[in-house]
Design a protein around this ligand. Structure first.
Ligand code: ADP
Length: 163
């Protein structure tokens, strides 16, 4: 049986920290879906279409990896993709509380689904989509932390001049 994994998240937008996790995860499975949450409750800066387009461009070249989206209960989506591995990234202890709750709940509801936590390279430990948006809006340069398409889309979104 092929080992199919799903890496879900908001990816609002995808950063090099997320990408680092995608690369590590792709080495552990036969097929990886990067699943962009289509969640109307959460307010997102980018639409689901924009977030998927950025993920699609960013993961180009990473083997057996594709973008996907889901709506509603993640576990049901994972099951429908015939995936048995759920990938999450752990940056610091602060991520642990929420991730532990989610993984425990998923294990209860979906006993065949294994949550696998991966640590990014230490360069990305303090990186999050929200910090990237905050500092970009204020004019800082964070190109080294973002795929090129995200830099362009952020500039366009925040109507910043190309410098
Ligand atoms: P969510 O709303 O599901 O938390 P995010 O896009 O913020 O969506 O994060 C998706 C996953 O990627 C989470 O497991 C998160 O911990 C992880 N992640 C986010 N940023 C990084 C990073 N810089 N390095 C490693 N993992 C990260």
């Amino acid at each position: 049986m092929p080992r199919i994994a799903v890496y879900p998240g908001s990816f609002d937008p995808i950063t090099n920290g997320h990408l680092d996790i995608v690369r590590r995860a792709s080495r552990l499975c036969d097929h990886l879906y990067v699943a962009v949450a289509d969640n109307s409750v959460k307010h997102h800066t980018f639409s689901v279409g924009e977030r998927m387009a950025m993920v699609r461009a960013a993961i180009r070249g990473i083997p057996h990896c594709e973008v996907d989206t889901f709506h509603g209960l993640l576990g049901e989506h994972v099951k429908s993709m015939k995936a048995t591995i759920l990938i999450r990234g752990l940056r610091a202890v602060s991520d642990m509380d929420y991730e532990f709750q989610m993984a425990s709940m998923n294990r209860r509801i979906y006993p065949d689904l294994e949550t696998v936590f991966l640590m990014p390279d230490e360069r990305y430990t303090y990186l999050s989509s929200s910090i990237v948006k905050d500092v970009t809006r204020m004019g800082a340069h964070v190109e080294e932390y973002l795929p090129p398409i995200v830099v362009r889309m952020l500039r366009r979104k925040f109507k910043l001049r190309k410098v």
